[in-house]
Structures are given as C-alpha cells and as structure tokens.
Design a protein around this ligand. Structure first.
Ligand SMILES: Cc1cc2nc3c(=O)[nH]c(=O)nc-3n(C[C@H](O)[C@H](O)[C@H](O)COP(=O)(O)OP(=O)(O)OC[C@H]3O[C@@H](n4cnc5c(N)ncnc54)[C@H](O)[C@@H]3O)c2cc1C
Length: 409
C-alpha cells in the first residue's frame, strides 16, 4: 500500500521532491538508493499524465542516438550535456532494471514490450520507490516557497516544511486534468525567479480557411504519406482533417515553427507535399505522357480528400491547369491562424527561464533548489523525446545532488 503520511513542521533535513510525474519519480528512484526521499504530490496518485501518454502510443523514448537525438531538442546546447549522460540507451537499460522490457517500433519509437500495460510501467516505478523507502505524500498541494521552507495545502490546512535540498518537478501546463496546471509560476516570480508564460507545443494547427462543405465531408479523414514544411523544418507522416484545421503525427512536430512565426505575425503558412515520393519533374512527365492530363485522380492516384484539399486552397484557374496543379500537389500552401489551446496540447514550452538555472539544474539564486522535467523552458517533438528528456533531467538532478552531498562529507 502507498503511504500517505502527513508531517509536522519539525525539521526535515531530507530530500524533498515536489511533483510525482516521470521526472520526479526518476529523481526519487536514483536518490533513494542512498538518501531519505519524500515525494509530495497534489493528486491522489502518481504519474497521471504518464498514464494519459500510455493511452496513445506510449513512446517511452526514441532509439535516436547522439546527434540525431540531441538535435531534436531546443535549445540543443542546453539539453545535450544532460542527454549525453542519460540517453535513450540508458532509458532502455533503466526500464529493464525496473522490470520493463522494451522494443523499438518501425519509426524508432521505444515502447514497452507488447502486452505490458501503461499501469504496469507506472507500478514498476512506484514499486521501486517503495522498495527503496521513498515516502509518498499525496494530496499535498505546493503553493509557495522561500529559501528555507516549502508551503503546502494539505486537508485544507496550510503546512510548511523546512528543507535542505528540494527538487521541483511540477510539469508543464497541458492537460490540466492530470494535475499539471502551471499555476506555480507566480510563486517563483515572487522569489525573483524569472518565468516565461506557458504556450502550447505538439498540438493541432488552426486553419480557418477550410470551407464548411470540405469539413462536413472530410472531418476525421487522414492525409497519409505527406510531408509538411514550415520554415526549414520538414516532417513526414500523416495529418488528420479536424473541425479547426489539422492534427496528427506530421503536424505536432511542426507546431514549434508555427508558434515562432505566429509570434512575429498574426498568421503564417505551412506547405504540404501530397506526393513526396515523386519529384515535380516525374509528375510533369505523367502529364506529357497522357492524352487526358486533367484526369488527376487516375494520373496521380489521388483520393477524394486530396483533390478536395487542393480545390479548397487554389483558384479554379490554377486547379484546371495541369502544370500549376503539379505545383499545388508538391507545395500546397495552407494558411494558419493559430495553435490549439494548451489544454489539448501534448506538451508546453515556457516555465522557469533557462537563465535562472545552473548547468546542474539548480536555481542560480537558490542553489539548493533543483528543477526537472517539463517545468523549465525547453521543447522537443513527440515520438518519445519528451519522456526521454524528463527521465534525463530527473537523473541529472539526482546525480548532481549525490555529487554535491559526497563533496560535503
Ligand atoms: C495526451 C498526451 C500524450 C503523451 N504521449 C507521450 C508519449 O507517448 N511519449 C512521450 O515522450 N511523451 C508523451 N507525453 C508527454 C509526457 O507525458 C510529459 O512530457 C511528461 O509527463 C512530463 O513529465 P513531468 O514529470 O515533467 O511532469 P508531469 O508528468 O506533468 O508530472 C507533474 C506532477 O506534478 C504534480 N503537481 C503539479 N502541480 C503541483 C502542485 N502545485 N503541488 C504538488 N504537485 C503538483 C502533478 O499532479 C503531476 O503529478 C504525452 C502527453 C500527453 C498530454
């Protein structure tokens, strides 16, 4: 059984971890090998967002290594040394040590072995913590802190716990139902720690110019095997037509570039290549080789949704001209007016500003406080990279605390 002990305000010279998501759990497992660790979680259970992630693909990491792993993160130079110490190979080994074998899917994503449910992965982490005597304090909502104490609300009462070393791992601000609301920014601001307002990342993109008739007919339809480009970023995959615009695995990784553009202008565009396996020249050759160059459906093997999408975003004149039709096929401009709200996003950017952090992820102004997970301002795409960084930052903080405590003996 999980313990749910309350504490008096008597001196607790232990390691406090606030937030029981993957970053906090990783730090707790590492530190509790040698230290007394207390995890404070506002919910009644650990890892609610971790379980939500499990409802989708549950990519625990990604088999990308070295440069191909590091370049997925922004800012890369900040995350790279952290990921070097705990990369995707280390995650796989660590999960195996916890009793969770994994496999690499065709896309390079790392999943728990078939038949292992997300709750079993979460339980493996919990059980390791309990075996190492981590004390779990549920329904403790962090509200504020100063250099000596952390203030919580527990059973409607305010309580204060003194600390020597504390890790915050409160998560970002998407899917607030999982507990990560990002409502802690003000308490850090009060302590003169600069924060950046949260924004949605890995989310759908809003396209108000999709016509009503198009949406009525094609909402929920996939655009398979496309590439989508924004600025210099190109993503391969699938997009889904939704009531507001586009979503899906080819869209989420592009949302960071869209966000950058929307900071400068109220609208931007993405470009879809509906035939990425054919060059424009190859497609043009198909036109010259046929007596029916306007029979696009058969000539280019297009389905109804692809044809209707092109129609939606082109003039009749361009659509009817086979040469300009090929240009549309290869580079269809889709105007974008916004990103979906944080509530629906897979992750967020923002939180603690990087300038406030030392390389060991302690706060420059209060160095016995560390930050891990989605709480500080970094970004990456879906595909296992988010959890990879949460595990890596939790590990990094734990190792640095261990190194510091060894020095102090
Ligand atoms: C739908 C969805 C699918 C996803 N799928 C994947 C995937 O397949 N692969 C992948 O890599 N990533 C995925 N992610 C992202 C991944 O789940 C997150 O990046 C990760 O959970 C963040 O970990 P964290 O420990 O930083 O924060 P969280 O997991 O958000 O944990 C933070 C914890 O802090 C607690 N907390 C918050 N505020 C307080 C407070 N005031 N007091 C006390 N406790 C508090 C919360 O209750 C929570 O338990 C997905 C996310 C979503 C929403």
């Amino acid at each position: 059984m999980l313990q749910n002990k309350t504490h008096s305000t008597s001196s607790l010279k232990k390691i406090l971890i606030i937030g029981g998501g993957p970053a906090g759990m990783m730090a707790a497992i590492e530190l509790s090998k040698t230290h007394e660790v207390h995890v404070f979680e506002k919910g009644k259970t650990l890892g609610r967002k971790f379980l939500v992630a499990g409802k989708g693909g549950f990519n625990l990491s990604n088999s990308a290594t070295e440069k191909s792993l590091f370049e997925k993160y922004s800012p890369q130079n900040f995350l790279e040394p952290i990921l070097k110490k705990f990369d995707s190979t280390a995650t796989v080994k660590w999960l195996k040590y916890l009793g969770i074998p994994t496999y690499v899917g065709s896309s390079g994503r790392i999943f728990p072995e078939k038949g292992i449910k997300p709750i079993e992965v979460l339980n493996a982490l919990k059980n390791k913590m309990l075996a190492q005597k981590v004390q779990l304090h549920f329904e403790h909502e962090f509200i504020d802190f100063n250099k000596e104490q952390i203030h919580f609300i527990h059973q409607q009462k305010k309580m204060s716990i003194p600390f020597e070393t504390c890790i915050f791992a409160l998560g970002g601000a998407s899917w607030s139902v999982t507990g990560s609301k990002g409502d802690w920014l003000t308490s850090f601001e009060k302590n003169a720690i600069q924060t950046i307002p949260f924004e949605a990342s890995n989310c759908g993109i809003i396209c108000t110019s999709l016509q009503k008739e198009f949406l009525e007919q094609f909402e929920g339809f996939p655009l398979k095997n496309i590439t989508i480009t924004c600025n210099n970023k190109l993503v391969k995959g699938e997009a889904l037509i939704s009531t507001y615009g586009l979503e899906g695995n080819a869209i989420y990784p592009i949302s960071a570039e869209v966000r950058k553009n929307l900071h400068k202008n109220s609208s931007t565009s993405v470009f879809i290549d509906l035939k990425p396996f054919n060059s424009a020249e190859e497609l043009q050759q198909k036109i010259t080789a046929t007596t029916k160059p306007k029979n696009y459906k058969y000539l280019f093997n297009l389905n109804k949704v692809q044809l209707a999408l092109i129609k939606n975003f082109s003039s009749k004149e361009h659509y009817m001209n086979p040469t300009s039709f090929v240009e549309l096929l290869k580079k269809l401009e889709i105007p974008i007016s916004g990103l979906r709200p944080m509530e629906e996003a897979i992750s967020t950017v923002g939180g603690i500003a990087l300038e406030e952090l030392n390389l060991d992820l302690s706060l420059k102004k209060i160095p016995n406080i560390y930050i891990a997970g989605e709480m500080f301002d970094w970004d990456t795409q879906t595909g296992g990279y988010l959890l990879q960084a949460c595990f890596a930052t939790g590990y990094h903080v734990a190792q640095n605390i261990l190194a510091r405590s060894t020095k102090n003996f």
